[in-house]
Design a binder for this molecule. Structure first.
Ligand code: SAH
Ligand code: SF4
Length: 358
């Protein structure tokens, strides 16, 4: 529960709302999951809280650390379904990459999560639990050193297709009584649900990353099928609006480089033309293979050429270093355990789930 709801809940219990803030602090800042240990709250109230609520992390099915220090947890979210969370340590920051859905219905052709299909949305509690667990496990305790400095919604799922649960989670991440993360330290990555990009800009202030992957519609239709519903032009207009409304310096555009598919000099020129003189920076992601995919990663030479070309054309760009690929923790490799229900429950009707969400 975000702060407002938490305070309202205490009022409903006939208690002072500030107890809600106390509980938030115990949970999110001190990693406490036992109401009885929340010692600045009256004992009798602690007992009532324990009767009515739980602070719990889904059972952990695996916890692995890659040779480069990247760590990945697999959480059991019930009914044989599991989701993944990845921590990426760097010299000056620690990024936690969290999941928002069990699988994903959007079916991008180059993504392991998409290939798995969709089972269900995560609850706000399941989203926040990933951050709760990682900070509790990794933060430096009394030293005050924070391991998790940034949170990105780049794990499994399309966050904006689970808007109703992602929004409260974002509020908790940014709240001073929650994780206290500033707007630059929380990033929502979307494949481009245009109406919800606009909504997001009104509801919170977070950094936006957009999965572009192609400079023209025919290719993007193939790679990111939601493009048929929200084509590049409409998507980019929403991005520039987002930057204006939220006062953001720039929007990040993710562009996965796939050998012979979207990595030619003509693609780079097309991309540069879209980004020129805009509040944009481009994140180039070397394609990460997963079982069953026919795509290949662009060669190092092609990646360098693409990056240099954008650079020469005046576009801010960087190549994202591949992290944790020896434990399948790199971008696009998160698969968890997903029993696909989109086809069973909704037939093959395109995007019906997304329509529901928006
Ligand atoms: N659903 C959201 C967030 C999760 S994916 C979105 O699509 O933006 C995080 C990023 O990894 C996205 O840019 C996605 O397109 C990219 N990605 C997916 N599969 C990939 C792969 N196999 N290799 C490299 N990047 C991939
Ligand atoms: Fe879903 Fe994002 Fe993967 Fe596309 S890239 S299938 S939107 S998780």
């Amino acid at each position: 529960m975000p702060r407002q709801e938490m305070e309202a809940w205490f009022t409903e219990l006939g208690e002072k709302p500030f107890h809600g803030r106390q509980v938030m602090r115990w949970m999110h800042q001190r990693g406490v999951d036992d109401f009885n240990a929340m010692t600045d709250i009256a004992k009798s109230l602690r007992g009532r809280l324990a009767e009515q609520a739980t602070v719990a992390v889904p059972p952990i099915l695996s916890d692995r650390t890659a040779s480069d220090g990247t760590r990945k947890w697999l959480f059991d979210v019930g009914n044989g379904q599991a989701i993944e969370t990845v921590f990426i340590p760097e010299a000056r920051r620690g990024t936690l990459c969290i999941s928002s859905q069990v699988g994903c219905a959007l079916d991008c052709s180059f993504c392991a999560t998409g290939a798995q299909g969709f089972n269900r949305n995560l609850t706000a509690a399941e989203i926040v639990a990933q951050v709760f667990h990682a900070t509790r496990t990794l933060d430096g305790g009394d030293t005050g050193r924070r391991a998790v400095t940034n949170v990105v919604f780049m794990g499994m799922g399309e966050p904006l297709a689970n808007y109703k649960n992602v929004l409260p989670a974002l509020k908790i991440l940014q709240d001073d009584y929650g994780y206290g993360l500033s707007r630059r330290r929380v990033t929502v990555s979307t494949s481009g649900l245009v109406p919800l990009i606009d909504k997001l800009s009104k509801d919170v202030n977070v950094a936006l990353a957009v999965s572009l992957h192609a400079p023209e519609d025919s290719l993007r239709d193939e790679l990111v099928p939601i493009n048929k519903r929200h084509p590049i032009r409409a998507l980019l207009e929403a991005c520039w609006r987002y930057a204006r409304t939220t006062n953001a310096k720039s929007i990040t555009f993710e562009y996965t480089l796939i050998d012979g598919v979207n990595d030619s000099p003509a693609h780079a020129r097309g991309l540069a033309a879209l980004m020129r003189n805009r509040p944009a920076k481009v994140n180039l992601i070397p394609f990460n293979p997963f079982p069953g995919t026919a795509y290949l990663r662009s060669s190092d030479k092609a990646i360098k050429r693409f990056n240099n070309q954008l650079h020469r054309l005046g576009i801010r760009t960087m190549v994202r270093r591949t992290r944790g690929d020896d434990i399948d923790a790199a971008c696009g490799q998160l698969a968890g355990q997903v029993a696909d229900r989109t086809r069973i429950r909704l037939g093959r009707k395109e995007f019906s789930l997304v329509r529901e969400a928006s």
